[in-house]
Design a protein around this ligand. Structure first.
Ligand SMILES: *Cc1c(COP(=O)(O)O)cnc(C)c1O
Length: 383
């Protein structure tokens, strides 16, 4: 029933780089007449006398996507209906009453999952600063799991994943890395020593703001099996169409990310000297306190997410957002279109985001068009 389907008959060359794997992994075997893409399987049930019996057990489309994500992150991938469905399943790896060390700068939905489980007495949560490895590891003594998000929303904090994972392992705790902002092309958490890489494929992997889907990529086959059982029992399964679209999105991740990242770095640089901007967060900006760590942990690039504080009032910031014509005022991130929002509009982020902090998800539009829109709206609102 919980057999994992790894439908990647196509042989992968161990020398292929991640950019190439993103294009090739998870395709059908190359036999004459075979399609180059996996089919979309829309079926709630299967003919008896095989391990696959019912739609919650498995789907060939999930298998193809899991083969691709597993190849990219170097582990066993299990896909879910959303990133939070993956999070909820991962939380179930914590034994009853066990402790989870959680960074204070974490996607608020993930914080909610753990805080609600703590309030119900299912587990304990110890909140730690996102970038103080010594404090994180001190808290990891007798913990079951360390959950770090890197690059972390919304302040773009980079955690020292290699040091945290090594220290947690010594203490017998699992390390989970929410790698959504970095994607498998900028950070491979399992290679850095973590046990599980979590992705909201809703974001950059899907890449077109047209689906929700989550994934957990596990070092340990037993963890993957546990998560697949959770998926079966909780029913938080990806849709067949969503799995197909996420894999199709993954095929172009490398070019989308290269373009968006180059624009993000340029916009971060220009925003840094804009007179209506008081602070910019982007990993690796020269002079930034995170510069050394970002260069070491994220050697291939810092991604497409930027946040910045408008030097003005909340009203001016809202006027700036309302005055944008190209950028869309909306939540979420990682699509081809540029999105922006003021994070403190969410109670869950108001504690960590300054009142005028805007989170910018840079898309693949022309960077000069993006800059013209940002600059014009900032001048108009803050004058
Ligand atoms: C969006 C997001 C999630 C949650 O994923 P969903 O697919 O929306 O459930 C978790 N972590 C991060 C960093 C995210 O951006």
């Amino acid at each position: 029933m919980t057999d994992l389907l790894y439908a990647s008959p196509l042989t992968l060359d161990p020398d292929w780089t991640p950019d190439t794997l993103a294009v090739q992994a998870g395709r059908p075997a190359r036999v004459p007449g075979a399609p180059v893409n996996p089919a979309i399987t829309m079926s709630s049930t299967y003919v008896h006398d095989a391990s696959l019996e019912y739609g919650r057990d498995g789907n060939a489309g999930w298998g193809a996507l899991e083969a691709a994500l597993g190849a990219l992150d170097g582990g066993r991938a299990v896909t879910f209906a959303s990133g939070l469905a993956a999070t909820t399943a991962i939380a179930d790896l914590v034994p009853l009453g066990g402790t989870v060390v959680l960074s204070s700068v974490t996607y608020y939905g993930v914080r909610n999952v753990f805080e609600r489980l703590a309030a119900a007495g299912r587990l304990r949560v110890r909140m730690v600063p996102p970038d103080d490895t010594a404090v994180i590891l001190e808290a990891a003594d007798e913990a079951a799991m360390v959950w770090v998000e890197s690059i972390a929303n919304p302040l773009m904090v980079v955690a020292d994943v290699p040091a945290i994972a090594a220290g947690a392992r010594e203490r017998g705790a699992l390390t989970v890395v929410d790698s959504t902002f970095a994607t498998p092309l900028r950070q491979r958490p399992l290679d850095l020593g973590a046990d599980i890489a979590m992705h909201s494929a809703t974001k950059l992997i899907g890449g077109h703001s047209d689906l929700l889907l989550g994934a957990a990529v596990c070092r340990d086959e037993a963890h993957a099996r546990h998560l697949a059982t959770q998926r079966h029992d909780h029913g938080a399964i990806p849709g067949g169409l969503e799995a197909f679209l996420a894999l199709r999105g993954l095929r172009t991740l490398a070019v989308r990310l290269d373009r968006a990242e180059a624009s993000a770095a340029e916009l971060a640089r220009r925003l840094g000297s804009h007179r209506h901007v008081s602070r910019v967060n982007y990993p690796g900006l020269p002079g930034d306190s995170q510069h050394e760590r970002a260069a070491r942990v994220l050697p291939f690039g810092s991604g497409s997410m930027v946040s910045f504080e408008v030097a003005g009032t909340v009203e001016q910031t809202d006027a700036f957002l309302a005055g944008l014509r190209l950028l869309t005022h909306a939540t979420s991130l990682g699509g081809v279109e540029t999105l922006i929002e003021r994070r403190a509009r969410y109670a869950g982020d108001a504690a960590i985001a300054g009142p005028t902090l805007c989170r910018l998800s840079v898309g693949i539009e022309n960077v000069e068009d993006l800059w013209t829109d940002l600059d014009r709206a900032l001048q108009a609102a803050c004058g």
